[in-house]
Design a protein. Structure first.
Length: 264
């Protein structure tokens, strides 16, 4: 159920049913005596101009109410919500100043704001939303320092790859640094054909070279002998070069985020 939140036209006092105010409707009284079941009959509109709901602010906290009062209040709120949802006017009377008026609900919205510091995010929020309509300002997260990595065949390529992964909205982005230079190595493999040799090389690089290494070059040292009907067939041997990429790191900060709940 949406909050039933409204303000008195007379004394400007704000009431939120279920939080800081109590309501008594004649519907609730009738329901108590089981005389009339107004709701759920299809003709739920009741013109209560002559018999407005009574609304009073709650002196103590909502949690201090006994369970039967809470149950009654929730039932009253459901009735009022349901009647208001029809769009027809419903009357209430402010217990404090006696003004009789129709309910004009205050809608609550929320919006997110960012800043390069938590204080900046809060300032942006309070500049954008009038202070008196702010109900709550919650910190989603503070500024965070982060880093992303990238790989490439060249130092520039690795840094570009890392920069491409920096999320939008980030700031204080570092130019990037190389955190790992490429490593190179060689493997010897044997196979019956050039085609097989390539297959074996890829597998062996994956198995023996460091993570992320790729096949750079293959050089045939001894050519394989084809033979005839498998007789005289001989494996050739290849020297395989592998290398790992440049690895770069770019650090940056992500903005502080606050969420403001406010009355529209
Ligand atoms: Zn009032």
């Amino acid at each position: 159920m949406e909050d039933i939140r409204f303000r008195c036209r007379g004394c400007r006092l704000k009431f939120t049913l279920g939080a800081d105010a109590l309501v008594v409707t004649s519907l609730g009284v009738m329901a108590d005596f089981q005389a009339v079941t107004v709701l759920g009959t299809g003709s739920s509109f009741v013109d209560n101009r002559a018999d407005p709901d009574l609304v009073a602010s709650l002196e103590r906290s909502w949690s201090s109410l006994d369970s039967s009062t809470v149950r009654d209040q929730l039932a009253e709120m459901r009735r009022i919500s349901s009647l208001l949802s029809t769009g027809r006017p419903r009357w209430w009377k402010c217990q404090k100043c006696g003004t009789e008026q129709t309910y004009k609900l205050i809608r609550v919205s929320s919006k997110q704001f960012e800043g390069k510091t938590l204080q900046e995010a809060k300032t942006v929020a309070t500049n954008a939303v009038p202070e008196k309509s702010i109900l709550a300002l919650d910190v989603v997260r503070d500024v965070e320092g982060k880093a992303v990595g990238g790989e490439g065949k060249s130092a520039t390529g690795a840094m570009e790859a890392a920069r491409a992964r920096v999320p939008s909205g980030a700031f204080d982005i570092s130019p990037g640094e190389i955190v790992e230079e490429p490593r190179h190595g060689t493997l010897e493999i044997q196979a019956y054909s050039q085609e097989k040799a390539r297959e074996v090389s890829k597998r062996e690089v994956k198995r023996n070279a460091p993570k992320g290494a790729s096949l750079e070059e293959m050089k045939c040292d001894v050519r394989p002998a084809k033979g005839f009907l498998r007789i005289g067939r001989k494996r050739g041997s290849w020297k395989v070069q592998w290398s790992t990429p440049f690895r770069a790191k770019v650090s940056f900060k992500t903005p502080a985020v606050v969420v403001v709940q406010f009355e529209e």
